[in-house]
Design a protein around this ligand. Structure first.
Ligand SMILES: Cc1cc2nc3c(=O)[nH]c(=O)nc-3n(C[C@H](O)[C@H](O)[C@H](O)COP(=O)(O)OP(=O)(O)OC[C@H]3O[C@@H](n4cnc5c(N)ncnc54)[C@H](O)[C@@H]3O)c2cc1C
Ligand code: FES
Length: 280
């Protein structure tokens, strides 16, 4: 994988898309920084002074190759994202990216002669099933994954969960993903969580990959449901980051078999079976 680049980008747009959620797009200079892949993230230096001191990480929510523009979708949480939401088109912004390990898509099928093939045959048995599960703040990277799978001709179901209707993002990429919406209060779509929906309505088996990003309890439940059914579950984790480039171990998470892995380097995407969930 090509190394990440630090450069000064230019903000293209920054607008509210749901209660407390914003979509920001910025120029991704062709030839300057490597092309981002779904699951990877960037870090931004938000203020020029001491506050906030640390760069803030955000997952890529999309990349438009024609215009060389990347997007992120972020929630206003504290001082850094408050400042970020006040930035306007045309302002310079210091970014480092792309960082981290992206989603690896299991893109094989078994054809009618029982051969493993790579997404080529229309007639096949046991086609791979792809389920994308996004909760709240996890929506950005999962929209990027959904559009990238679609562009490769790989069908996927997209399930999105949030507290209530006001958190449903009004962006085209969200509508394009044809989402199954789940709300805690039942005000839109299915009443319940993403994990409840997947458990009750989707048949998972060894040919299924579930991709999940969202709050930790959601990831834990989705991973458990998928693994119980024999499916693969790839989770994108969050951790508070200091360096963002693998140098400080500040973002380390416990892994099965002992030791730690860095969310910013080996992650943020992990196979759910490799995470020591009871110590998260
Ligand atoms: C790999 C990665 C990808 C991310 N992608 C996105 C994204 O696509 N969209 C998005 O909105 N956010 C994303 N985040 C989280 C984002 O980095 C934080 O929300 C942001 O740094 C908060 O900055 P702040 O200054 O506004 O809040 P702070 O003042 O730093 O914190 C406000 C509150 O948020 C909590 N918090 C801060 N950072 C994190 C974190 N990383 N994980 C969990 N809790 C945190 C703090 O504990 C505190 O309670 C990602 C984080 C990582 C590690
Ligand atoms: S944030 Fe420093 S190693 Fe990950």
């Amino acid at each position: 994988m090509e190394p990440p680049t630090q450069f000064t980008s230019r903000m293209i747009a920054n607008g509210q898309i749901a209660e407390g959620f914003y979509e920001l797009s910025l120029a991704w200079e062709p030839g300057v920084a490597p092309i981002p892949a779904p699951g990877q993230f960037l870090t931004v230096r938000i203020g020029s002074g001491a506050v906030p001191l640390l760069r803030r990480p955000f997952a890529f929510a999309g990349f438009d190759a024609a215009s060389s523009v990347v997007t992120i979708i972020y929630q206003k949480r504290g001082a850094g994202t408050e400042l970020l939401s006040a930035k306007r088109a045309g302002e310079p912004i210091d970014v480092i990216g792309p960082l981290g390990t992206p989603f690896a898509v299991r893109d094989t099928r078994i054809d009618t002669d029982n051969n493993v093939v790579y997404n080529k045959y229309a007639a096949c048995i046991n086609p791979q099933k792809h389920i994308i599960a996004a909760g709240g703040i996890g929506v950005g990277p999962m929209l990027f994954l959904a559009s990238s799978l679609k562009a490769r001709g790989i069908p996927a179901r997209f399930v999105f969960g949030c507290r209530n209707q006001s958190f449903i993002p009004s962006v085209k990429t969200f509508a394009d993903a044809n989402p199954q919406i789940c709300t805690d209060d039942g005000g839109a779509g299915f009443r319940g969580t993403v994990a409840d929906y997947v458990n009750a309505n989707m048949s998972l088996d060894i040919n299924t990959t579930v991709y999940a990003c969202g709050p930790l309890p959601m990831l834990r439940s989705v991973n458990e449901i998928a693994r119980t059914a024999g499916a693969k579950c790839l989770v994108s984790l969050e951790a508070v980051m200091a360096c963002g480039v693998g140098a400080c171990m500040g973002c380390a998470v416990p892994v099965a078999g002992g030791g730690y892995s860095r969310v910013c380097k080996e992650g943020p995407v992990f196979d759910g079976k490799d995470i020591l969930w009871e110590r998260m």
